[in-house]
Design a protein around this ligand. Sequence first.
Ligand code: BES
Ligand code: ZN
Ligand code: ZN
Length: 506
Amino acid sequence: MEVTISGFLDTGNIMIIPVFEGCNKAPNNATTNLSRSASIAVKSAFASDSFIGKNGESLNVWTKNCQIILLGLGEKEDLTLKKSRDTGAKCFASLSKNHGTKIVVRYTSGWKINNMVAFTEGMILRDYIFDKYRNKDEDDKGPWSLTCQTAERHEEVFRMEIDNVCSVATGVHLARDLGNEPANKLYPEEFGRRALEWAKGKSNVEVEVWDYERLKKERMYGLIEVGKGSIHKPCMVFFRLNPDIDIDSEVPCIVGKGITFDSGGISIKGSAGMDEMKLDMHGSATVFGLFQALYATGHTGRVNGITCMAENMPSAEAYRPGDVINTYSGKTIEVLNTDAEGRNVLADGLWKASELNPSYIIDLATLTGSVVVALGHEATGLFSNSKFLSQKIQEVGDEVDEISWPLPLLPAFEKQMTSSKIADVRNQGKGRWGGASQAAGFLKQFVQERENDEGKSQIPWAHLDIAGTAGIWGGETNVTVSHGATGVQVRALHKLITEWQWVRFG
Ligand code: BES
Ligand code: ZN
Ligand code: ZN
């Protein structure tokens, strides 16, 4: 949608006036440029007992050319960024194009810029629908346009902030697009092709795809073994932003699990809900979306990304329980369950990331059902070997409402995962308890150590288990999405990378 910032000029087809509790007369500017009769109707609505601006309250005023919505936000002091964002998203979701597609929001008295930005952001994020495989309605009314109106003194800063929000949202929406694609349309090679296509014509972006032959040459058998059962062979995709800048300094590396479909393989899953496993590549979708967001906002630092793409299918050529995998690291994995495939592909991705002189590594993966048991759909599971990195991820997550919740990386879990009788690590724990921590304990084996002032220590690393937050299938609480992939962690990681660029992580 096209978003513009202006003073209190046009009225649009739908005009939203969000106000605070106790508002018993039309605020200054609420009725500017309305027709005389519309203005009287709005003033009467404000003066009536039917609307006092309580949280969740709304009143429609029908005028000849414009649907006017008075929207209550409750007490001004209680308005948080989250509430602003969620209210914007919910309000947007309730609109219908029957009255036209020009939306005007009037931020009148009492609005602070950061709340205006968040309310607008909620609308922008919610303006998303994945309908490319549906035949178009004949009476399609075209895209929405949004004009945000504010006092002149706010206009410039507000416009700058909204430009940034719109750019980041292109990354969120791209991640959702990728996540929503069915597995027969988006498989590993196709993801690679789209990444190469995306990089075309962008002078400060580089994408490289390591195909099946290259993976064999590099001995990346974590990725190869998981993907070899499918007709769509695996690949590894490298994203590089500003590759020529500060080439000697440490920069972030973000790694994504990209299982374009997780059938479970030979340890096949039950059929209920299996369709949702097209979303098992959301880690890689977030990486791709994040690079788009960083590119679109003009980030000037160097950043690396790696996505591990494979389709986990049962077939005569598939890997099996009992197999031993030789990973890129040189460490071997005993496969006890082919459905614990994400950790196998990430073993190669994390080892590779460790070679890129990273300031820190963050991996994103729809890794375990256990994390959904622990945190539901409310928060991403956060595991880290670095207090500082963990704290920063929590902080940015809280700010943008993509909450990451710390879960333990205890030595006991690592011990379980390294207790195979025939290999260096095993890909399943000894029981089902603490499954998300077991998986994290496994991944930790593939983050390299390096020399530093205090001797040797592991590279700062965080693992984000997004199994519960990557998709909306039922009545979950993320109101910025109506259905399907959420694009989760694009906004949080964008904030982390852009705001903490100059800080040493370890
Ligand atoms: N992709 C799944 C995890 C998942 C579950 C993602 C629900 C999204 C929603 C993962 O590959 C998996 O199957 N994990 C197993 C691991 C187990 C076999 C050790 C799990 O969590 O049950
Ligand atoms: Zn699986
Ligand atoms: Zn999986």
